[in-house]
Ligand binder design. Structure first.
Ligand code: UDP
Length: 332
């Protein structure tokens, strides 16, 4: 069934892969983005409306002009370290921005929302594999802002009949270079792009943040999930809300963790050369290990990730970084 979907943050890394997926499925896509970290050139599918969620009158105009069956909300500040030094930015963008969107949706009787949430809502893991019931004690403003949003959705379900699905991503990775999209941050902090830029000689010496964690090789373990698989889950979430009212949440990961050293050695195999690195102090706010149980998403959404191995995920990112588009930002 064709739907009209508003993708807030559709010019960004995960949002652009979402629009590609929706277009392939025959849906009508409208992108709303303030282009603070997204790229106009990453919007290949659907109209781009340049607007900020903090600008409530602009939002109102968008909803007056177009009718949406559902909203997907990817607009957020998303760096843990930055959230600790700029908490007001994080609460304003991530909580107030979300509230503005929800209020506008309510005025226009749009009652389906799929939301980008994060493993950071859980804080320090107390189980090796984290399911949806894991205690939620965020340890930074980023995680707190996302958990607050999830709480608002539960309250909105009660008060206003909002249907929502919050998808808690573990580590989003990979690209679709054949469609002209991939990770393109002006200030890149993520492991896989930093490893690949180091391999290309464009990123300076790669730093491994901490080698004395309580893991098998001393480096942090993360669960890397391809952005196309994340997009698939969002699409399924819209269908899910047809039959399941109220507020829902799912963890999305591959269910398998890889250490920083394993990412580096897999990347070295992909690029065909060794990747030098140096060990640096731990980074503030990094838990030793974050691995998702996605059993609930598989059982209830019917989610079937296609990118289950680390190597093809890194290979897709490598094809993107090796041959970036002209608009790829030069690194800060
Ligand atoms: N990391 C690293 N060097 C880098 C970037 C990241 O050692 O240049 C580590 C980081 O400390 C964490 C893991 O790689 O343990 C994943 O970090 P990333 O920023 O990619 O994602 P996060 O888990 O913070 O969402």
């Amino acid at each position: 069934r064709n739907r009209s979907i508003l993708v807030c943050g559709g010019a960004g890394y995960i949002g652009s892969h979402m629009t590609q997926w929706l277009a392939t499925q025959g849906h009508t896509v409208t992108v709303l983005d303030n282009l603070s970290s997204g790229h106009r050139q990453a919007v290949h599918w659907g109209e781009l409306i340049e607007a900020d969620l903090l600008d409530a009158p602009a939002l109102e105009q968008v909803f007056r002009r177009k009718r949406f069956d559902a909203v997907m909300h990817f607009c957020a500040r998303s760096l843990v370290g930055e959230s600790i030094t700029k908490p007001y930015d994080y609460y304003a963008n991530n909580v107030t921005g979300t509230l503005n969107l929800l209020e506008t949706m309510r005025r226009h009787d749009v009652n389906k929302l799929v939301f980008s949430s994060t493993a950071a809502i859980f804080g320090n893991p107390i189980h090796d594999v984290m399911d949806e019931e894991h205690p939620k004690v965020p340890i930074n403003p980023y995680g707190a802002s996302k958990l607050m949003s999830e709480r608002i959705f539960a309250d909105a379900a009660q008060a206003y009949g909002l249907h929502s699905v919050a998808l808690r991503y573990f580590n989003a990775a990979g690209a679709l270079p054949e469609h002209g999209i991939g990770e393109a941050h002006a200030c890149e902090t993520h492991l896989i792009p930093n490893v690949l830029r180091s391999a290309l000689g464009t990123g300076g010496m790669l730093k491994v943040f901490g080698h004395d964690y309580a893991t098998h090789d001393g480096t942090c373990i993360r669960d890397y999930v391809h952005v196309q698989d994340l997009a698939q889950a969002h699409s399924l979430a819209v269908d899910f809300m047809d039959e399941n009212p109220g507020a829902h949440a799912f963890n999305l990961g591959n269910g398998q963790g890889f250490s920083v050293r394993e990412v580096i050695s897999t990347a070295a195999a992909v690029v065909g050369r060794s990747i030098p690195y140096e060990v640096a102090p731990r980074r503030a706010g990094d838990p030793a290990s974050l691995v998702a149980s996605s059993c609930k998403a598989r059982a209830q959404l019917g989610w079937r990730p296609q990118w289950t191995e680390l190597e093809p995920i890194i290979e897709s990112a490598w094809r993107w970084h090796r041959n970036p588009p002209q608009w790829f930002p030069s690194q800060a």
